[in-house]
Design a protein around this ligand. Structure first.
Ligand code: FAD
Length: 318
C-alpha cells in the first residue's frame, strides 16, 4: 500500500515508522530483525531501508603501489526490503540514490521492486563518497534527485529508458523525496533550496521525509512555508534521539543541523552517556507530543540499528 494511502486511512491519527540500514557486507539479517522485533508492537505501516553508494579504498598491491578499489559496505537494500515485507507483512520503503548507479541499474532495481510488490520509494541524490570533496555523479547516472524522480515518474507512465521491447507496462510507485527544514548544506540559502524542493513536488513527488531536527519550530515554519506555496503533500518529520555527548558535535557536522541551546546545555550537564540517553529520550518525547499536536502525519525514527531509545519514546507516545 502507498504511504499516502496509509496516511489517508489513518484519518488524522499520527503513525509510527522507522528507518534501518542494511547489514554490513558479510553479515546476516539477524541484526535487522533484532532492531525490528521490539518495535513491531507500535504497528509501523512501513519501514524505510537506506541505500549507500560505493566508497573508494586504497589497497597496497604486490608491487608496492596503491591500488584504488571501489567497495560498497552495505549493499542489498532491495533484498532487505523484500525480506522485511515477507517476514512482518509491512510495507517497506527502499531508498534509491543517484550516486553509484547508472540509469539502467536504477531501472532494473525499479523493475525488481515492482515484481516484489513494493509500492513506495524514496528518491534521493545520495551522499558523496567519503574520499570525494563533494557529490560526483556516476557516469551514466543522475546528478540530482529530481532526475531520478523523473525516471521513476516516467516508468509510472510506461516510459522506459530503451524501447526495444514492448515496455508499455506502467508501474505505480508512490514517490517520496527528502526535505531539509534547516536547508540542505550545499544550498546558499533556504529560499534556493526551497525552490528546488518546489520543483520536485511539482514534478509529482507524493510525500517528503525531513532531515532530523531538534526544534519543533523549525518543522512548523517549514510546513507553513510549504503550505503557503501550494505544497500540500504529507511532510513526515525525521527524528533521532540523542544518545551520546559526542553527537553534539557529530550530528551538526554530518547532518548540518542545529541543536537548541537548552538541549546542548542539558547534555553538557550529564555525567555520562547513560544520562545523555535519558535526556535525549525525554527531549524527543516532548518533541513528538508537539509534533502530534501540530498534525504531523507520521513520526519517523532514524534508529541507526539501535531500537532501544525509539522503543522508549514510542511507549510514551503510542
Ligand atoms: P537533491 O534534491 O538533488 O539536492 C541536492 C542539492 O542540490 C541541494 O542543495 C539542492 O538545493 C540542490 N539542487 C537540487 N536540484 C537542483 C538542480 N536541478 N540544480 C541545481 N541544484 C539543485 N543518503 C544516502 O546516501 N542514502 C540514503 O539512504 C539516504 N537517505 C536519506 C533520507 C532522508 C529522509 C534524508 C533527508 C536524507 C537522506 N540521505 C541519504 C542524504 C541525502 O542523499 C543527502 O542529503 C544528499 O546530499 C541530498 O539528497 P537530496 O535527495 O536532497 O538531493
Amino acid at each position: 500500500m502507498k504511504i499516502t494511502e496509509h496516511i489517508k486511512t489513518a484519518n488524522g491519527k499520527t503513525l509510527f515508522s522507522f528507518e534501518l540500514l542494511p547489514p554490513l557486507k558479510g553479515q546476516s539479517m539477524d541484526g535487522i530483525y533484532k532492531t525490528i522485533d521490539p518495535l513491531m508492537e507500535f504497528k509501523p505501516p512501513f519501514i524505510d531501508v537506506t541505500s549507500s553508494r560505493e566508497d573508494l579504498v586504497y589497497k597496497e598491491a604486490q608491487n608496492g603501489y596503491l591500488e584504488k578499489v571501489t567497495y560498497r559496505k552495505r549493499p542489498g537494500t532491495v533484498a532487505v526490503c523484500a525480506a522485511i515485507m515477507h517476514k512482518y507483512g509491512v510495507d517497506t520503503v527502499p531508498h534509491l540514490i543517484c550516486g553509484g548507479f547508472t540509469k539502467e541499474e536504477t531501472e532494473y532495481a525499479l523493475i525488481d521492486l515492482q515484481f516484489l510488490g513494493i509500492d513506495n520509494v524514496l528518491a534521493l541524490r545520495g551522499d558523496a563518497r567519503k574520499t570525494d570533496p563533494g557529490f560526483i555523479p556516476t557516469k551514466g547516472g543522475h546528478s540530482y534527485a529530481i532526475e531520478l524522480q523523473q525516471q521513476i515518474a516516467d516508468m509510472n507512465k510506461g516510459i522506459y529508458l530503451h524501447d526495444y521491447e514492448d515496455t508499455s507496462y506502467k508501474t505505480d510507485f508512490c514517490i517520496g523525496i527528502a526535505a531539509y527544514p534547516e536547508k540542505h548544506f550545499e544550498s546558499p540559502n533556504l529560499k534556493t533550496d526551497f525552490r528546488h524542493l518546489h520543483t520536485k513536488v511539482k514534478a509529482g513527488a507524493d510525500f517528503m521525509v525531513t532531515q532530523m531536527f531538534y526544534d519543533v519550530n523549525k518543522y512548523k515554519e517549514f510546513v507553513k512555508l510549504c503550505r503557503e506555496n501550494d505544497i500540500n503533500i504529507p511532510i513526515i518529520p525525521g527524528l533521532k534521539p540523542l544518545t551520546s555527548k559526542k553527537q553534539l558535535v557529530s550530528l551538526p557536522k554530518i547532518f548540518h543541523i542545529d541543536i537548541p541551546e537548552n538541549l546542548s546545555d542539558a547534555v553538557h550537564a550529564c555525567k555520562d552517556d547513560k544520562e545523555v540517553r535519558e535526556v535525549g529520550i525525554e527531549w524527543m518525547i516532548q518533541q513528538c507530543k508537539d509534533l502530534i499536536e501540530c498534525g504531523a502525519p507520521v513520526l519517523h525514527f532514524y534508529t541507526m540499528g539501535n531500537a532501544g531509545p525509539t522503543k522508549r519514546i514510542a511507549e510514551a507516545i503510542f
